[in-house]
Design a protein around this ligand. Structure first.
Ligand code: MSK
Length: 659
């Protein structure tokens, strides 16, 4: 490191993986790690130039075919790649926003008193959001406000024209760009439907035009569907504030019933947490020989519970089968998204009950307990009971001795508060420390893990390099889950791993150099934080002016592409690892990697290795600092008494002149 400190070797503390996978093999179980070895990926997945949208093909074009060959209907490589990319964005947006839709529906039902186990935990945030939607709050009861607000948000899912209101929270300059380009989302459903229509055979055949609708669809997710999911969840379950927690497989307990929640939508997991502390159920667990009931999580349901309650994070996406292989998971209960179909197959070798709870997500071989929100706690108890029943059936248990402390819960609201307290809450200290150069810039690092050894290593190496270069890192999703296992999400990490400037700021505020801001839908928190930095002043007029970038070091889900697109369309330089599915068309790749910058001020990039990703982030941040004129180190001026008197005199004169 540049400041003379020895670079310490950081790890995600997952050396137990080989042993557990071996145990699995001995138990006769194959996992995604094994299947990944045997499945040979089709190269057209990366090319993005395989079209199955009609029955004349499938038509497949190689990169060398660009400009020389077309599909049966005459579609060029760039059209094929754009259609494929856009449809993945549509699918990703649909997933996040269908999550948001369920939250909005339950929010309205809560306001009507139809789901008695849910309520309003953050009335302040309710009033803030009511303000955004023009809902009057004065003299009104919380439920009354919630009903009007929820009804307005609900209507925007099906709105056919106009503009979704939530996106008005973006910086003014960004709003102008969206209006000029005609990409401000009208509603949610219409954008997905229109994108599916336009990417069908014989419809939109201009990649630039296709991508305008893809942007509008992605923005409908980032600045509406995902954002409302985050906000309404905060209102119902509480806006996160820093909370201590633990991560890694060692959070499972040998002597307790382990219930692992998995997925994204916190409506069910929140109730499972309540059910697990029910004295009657604890007594039942004890009657079966357990000392208690332990709740842990996987993927983003884990992130949701960690952010609000400090519930332990057992692992990320790639570890879902590994958790079962420990032999210690008595029930794995899924809500929506990111659950492997292999879970019941793996679980069949152990006592583990795999429970699905949502009518939109059933898995052959799993036990389905429909999560009835009108009797949410009762249903959650049913789920926990199933885990308790399985506890005595355990065979050999192997829980790795690995768990790491962390601090999570950095919502935008808390970040604002921590920089000035209740009376002076603002982003001023962050902006000032960026301007004075202690902090070089900010990076959002998000994304999935995949069943390879390289996946976790890439996430960690990138974050390590960024903080060593004084870049404050905000994390969500499985990427946050991975990095949390290394210890970087503790305040103590600042002094050991961050560059001197960033460490100084983190130590003064008492925060880690890597801030866990939540789940996949909580990427919207990063958009709001970026907007707050712009509003605070001194760093330009738009998100695209900020010395900031986004990185998705590894990914597998279509949701990641949608997140990437809404970040880029919001002005963020966004780098994806493990390639983007556009390599079959140089024309389309060039459009995303170069031309997009003129359109949005942000653009896409792809880089496989962590050091390449970090290099791109640092170069970009330096470029932005130069454009802002804050690239030269400023001399620290120490004021003497004469200078102070002069300053006071100038302030008094300005006040007298009404300035
Ligand atoms: S859970 S989408 S593997 S981040 Fe949000 Fe993780 Fe990716 Fe699922």
């Amino acid at each position: 490191m540049g400041d003379g400190r020895e670079k310490e070797q950081l790890t995600t503390n997952s050396s137990y993986l080989d042993e557990i996978l071996e145990k699995g093999k001995a138990d006769g179980v194959s996992t995604a790690f094994d299947r990944r070895e045997t499945i040979k990926p089709c190269p057209y997945g990366d090319y993005g130039t395989c079209c199955k949208h009609c029955h004349m093909g499938p038509c497949r074009l190689l990169p060398k075919d660009e400009g020389a060959k077309q599909s049966v209907c005459g579609a060029t490589s760039s059209t094929m790649a754009a259609r494929y990319f856009a449809r993945q964005i549509a699918a990703g947006a649909a997933a996040h926003s269908d999550h948001g839709r369920e939250i909005a529906k339950t929010f309205v039902r809560m306001a009507k008193g139809e789901v008695p186990n849910y309520g309003i935990k953050d009335p302040g945030k309710l009033r803030m959001l009511a303000g955004v939607y023009g809902v009057k709050t004065e003299g009104r009861a919380d439920n009354d406000i919630a009903l009007e607000l929820g009804t307005k948000i609900w209507a925007e899912f099906g709105q056919q024209d106009g503009e979704v209101i939530m996106a008005q929270r973006a910086p003014k300059k960004r709003q102008q760009i969206w209006r000029q380009l005609g990409v401000w989302p009208r509603g949610f459903d219409i954008e997905v439907v229109e994108l599916m229509h336009r990417t069908g055979m014989g419809t939109d055949q201009d990649y630039r035009n296709i991508m305008l609708q893809a942007s509008r669809t992605a923005l409908a997710d980032g600045w509406f569907g995902s954002m409302l999911a985050t906000d309404l969840q905060d209102i119902m379950f509480g806006t996160p504030t820093p909370v201590r927690g633990k991560a890694n497989m060692g959070v499972l307990k040998a002597d307790e019933v382990n219930i692992v929640v998995h997925g994204h939508d916190p409506l069910m997991p929140e109730m499972v947490v309540v059910a697990a502390s029910d004295p009657e159920l604890i007594a039942e667990a004890k009657a079966k020989g357990a000392k208690g009931i332990n709740i842990a999580g996987l993927c983003c349901s884990a992130n949701e519970l960690l952010m609000r309650h400090g519930v332990a994070l057992a692992g990320s996406f790639a570890q879902q089968e590994v958790a079962i292989l420990t032999g210690a998971v008595d029930a794995i209960v899924v809500d929506i998204q990111c659950a492997m179909q292999s879970l019941p197959v793996v679980a069949s070798c152990y006592q583990t009950a795999v429970i699905t709870t949502d009518e939109r997500q059933k898995i052959p071989g799993a036990i389905h307990i429909e999560f009835d929100k009108t009797r949410a706690l009762e249903t959650a108890k049913e789920i926990v009971r199933l885990g308790i029943e399985r506890f005595p059936q355990r065979g050999q248990v192997r829980i790795p001795d690995e768990s790491m402390d962390l601090v999570a819960g950095f919502s935008h609201e808390y970040v604002n508060y921590m920089q000035g307290g209740r009376f002076r809450a603002s982003y001023r200290p962050l902006n000032d420390n960026i301007i004075n150069g202690r902090i070089l810039g900010v990076a959002g690092v998000v994304g999935c893990t995949t069943p390879t050894r390289k996946s976790e290593a890439t996430h960690l190496a990138l974050v390590e390099e960024l903080i060593a270069n004084n870049i404050l890192v905000l994390q969500t999703g499985c990427s946050a889950g991975v990095v949390s296992k290394s210890g970087l999400l503790t305040p103590e990490a600042a002094g050991r791993y961050a560059g001197a400037g960033l460490a100084e700021v983190c130590e003064a505020v008492g925060i880690p150099p890597v801030l866990h801001v939540g789940s996949c839908v909580d990427n919207s928190r990063i958009l709001i934080a970026a907007t707050a930095m712009v509003a605070e002043g001194g760093l330009g007029n738009d998100i695209s002016d900020l010395p900031a970038a986004g990185v998705c070091p590894d990914w597998m889900h279509e949701k990641a592409l949608c997140i990437g697109e809404y970040f880029v369309a919001s002005g963020v330089y966004t780098i994806f690892g493990s390639s983007l599915p556009v390599t079959g068309s140089e024309v389309f790749s060039k459009f995303l990697y170069e031309e997009y910058e003129q359109r949005y001020g942000g653009k896409w990039a792809a880089a496989e290795e962590a050091n390449q990703q970090a290099g791109l982030v640092i170069d970009h941040i330096r470029k932005k600092r130069e454009a802002l004129g804050i690239h030269k180190a400023k001399e620290r001026v120490l004021f003497d008494m004469a200078m102070r008197r002069e300053l006071e005199k100038q302030e008094k004169e300005a006040a007298a002149a009404g300035v």
